[in-house]
Design a protein around this ligand. Sequence first.
Ligand code: RBF
Length: 175
Amino acid sequence: MKKNSAVRIATIGIMSALATGLMFLEFPIFPAADFLKFDPSDILPLLAGFIFGPLDGVLVLLIKDLLFYLLKSGDIVGIMMNFAAGVSFLLPVIYIYRIRKNRVFEVIGYVVGVLVVTGVMTVLNMLVVPVYWKVPFEETLKLLPFIAGFNAIKFTIDSVVNALLRERIARIFEN
Ligand code: RBF
């Protein structure tokens, strides 16, 4: 694959803008934990990671979160949680795919990525939610199934969409 840096930089910019726009579609999945909002924007950092490499994926994620923070949310905790989730999913997926660039390793990557992000974010939420919402730890513990479920659902959807789109989009950059 040709890695023309002008094409790469322009594509990173376009992907970041698209991701920021997609993040505006956010909506909660579980009423009991409505601070967890699903949006499909993490598909773009993932695509960038597959096409250009893990650090470019993280870059798209970072620009998206920075822009969304400035344009809409203003909530630094929520944005940092979104970024932490995005990174802990993206990095395992891309690094596993890079071991062997085939469908089997791609799918193993998605499975490991979903498990890692679900584990990492469940632990992070157990630490952050009591402080952020000023609720006792026991109350936070009741949210655990929703937190784990939310991350599992969000990143499984991202995986399926990415698996369907990735090759078609990567082909554009082949010549
Ligand atoms: N986003 C995730 O993808 N996974 C999470 O586990 C997660 N936990 C969050 C916890 C708190 C307390 C907050 C405020 C946000 C969290 N987010 C998480 C981000 C949220 O879904 C949303 O993307 C941001 O709040 C931006 O609106």
